[in-house]
Design a protein around this ligand. Structure first.
Ligand SMILES: Nc1ncnc2c1ncn2[C@@H]1O[C@H](COP(=O)(O)OP(=O)(O)OP(=O)(O)O)[C@@H](O)[C@H]1O
Ligand SMILES: [Mg+2]
Length: 112
């Protein structure tokens, strides 16, 4: 299994959510986060204003998937979240050792 963490522009959440639904992703975690990349949070336009600050609001999406679905998920997020501009975000793919659905005690891919 893989654990995919994507940091995206807040305005792209709906598009990413929809794209993941299309490829059958059944659950995800979404958080409001702040961060910066190579531009150190400078000169990014957020809601029309240029903020000379260090931390830019982003959305973090976390999705646990079967290994074979990982590339499709990354591609779907890239397509849905990408504009070609700086600050589009980043996708991290981690190995996921195990998972459990607490209600049933199912583990591994059965728990996703
Ligand atoms: N190396 C990193 N480790 C953890 N989080 C990161 C890292 N780089 C970027 N992020 C997160 O991703 C968000 C978006 O990064 P961003 O898209 O600006 O990356 P970048 O490398 O500067 O690329 P670009 O030049 O396209 O802007 C940041 O606000 C931060 O939350
Ligand atoms: Mg950047």
């Amino acid at each position: 299994m893989k654990y995919i963490i994507a940091i995206i522009q807040p305005g792209k959440l709906d598009a990413v959510h929809e794209a993941l639904g299309v490829i059958g992703i059944s659950g995800m975690t979404v958080s409001e986060v702040q961060g910066y990349g190579r531009q150190k949070g400078k000169s990014e336009v957020y809601r029309g204003a240029e903020y000379a600050v260090n931390y830019i609001p982003k959305i973090k999406i976390e999705v646990a998937v079967e290994k074979k679905a990982s590339e499709d998920v990354v591609a779907a997020i890239k397509t849905a979240a990408g504009t070609g501009k700086i600050g589009d975000g980043k996708i991290f793919v981690l190995s996921l050792e195990d998972a459990m659905r607490i209600r049933t005690a199912e583990t591994g891919a059965e728990a996703l």
